[in-house]
Design a protein around this ligand. Structure first.
Ligand SMILES: [Fe+2]
Ligand SMILES: [Fe+2]
Length: 180
């Protein structure tokens, strides 16, 4: 239970930061629909649940720093890709995957928890600018950026150790400088 390129054990109850993060999502992490995301691949060997946790954790760090609505940012981030099919081989819903999966995620999120206006914006707009829904909230802008950053980190760390070591050093240094 660690976010990509992070050493923080998210279920370590002795860790204050991990505790704070997990307090926002503990109910969601027990829900079968959320846990089911672990059955689907998102980027290479990164499951959809791991990707969602990655986005939620980095969104948490930045939302705290920027004094945004941390809880809604984290919960929206965890649920932003809550669609339950292999998008590369299946398309149970008609339409372009880029456009329809945020709608699917939003519908499923409503089965899991109460979805606030901020969470709705986070989920609906996370594909911006590829998708056609522009974020309306600061949290929406943050998560669409964290989604892309995490995708790059997930693919990068699995593609090559050299890529991890060299290409990600500036990103990591920037992140550490900002969130510390
Ligand atoms: Fe997505
Ligand atoms: Fe995503």
């Amino acid at each position: 239970m660690k976010a990509v390129l992070s050493n923080v054990n998210l279920i370590n109850r002795q860790d204050e930061l991990a505790n704070e993060f997990y307090s926002h999502i503990d109910d969601l992490m027990e829900h079968p629909l959320v846990l089911k995301m672990d059955d689907y691949s998102q980027h290479l060997n990164t499951s959809r649940l791991q990707h969602s946790l990655n986005v939620a954790y980095y969104s948490f760090l930045f939302a705290r720093k920027l004094k945004l609505n941390v809880r809604d940012a984290v919960r929206g981030a965890l649920l932003h890709d809550l669609f339950l099919y292999e998008w590369r081989t299946e398309q149970p819903v008609e339409g372009n995957h880029v456009l329809v999966h945020p709608i699917q995620a939003l519908q499923n999120a409503r089965k899991v928890t109460e979805v606030t206006w901020v969470m709705e914006d986070v989920i609906a707009s996370h594909m911006w600018p590829v998708g056609n829904v522009k974020p309306k909230t600061s949290e929406g802008w943050l998560i669409q950026m964290m989604d892309k950053l995490c995708a790059v980190m997930e693919i990068g760390v699995q593609s090559s150790k050299k890529v991890e070591r060299y290409n990600f050093a500036p990103i990591l240094l920037g992140l550490l400088f900002y969130i510390n």
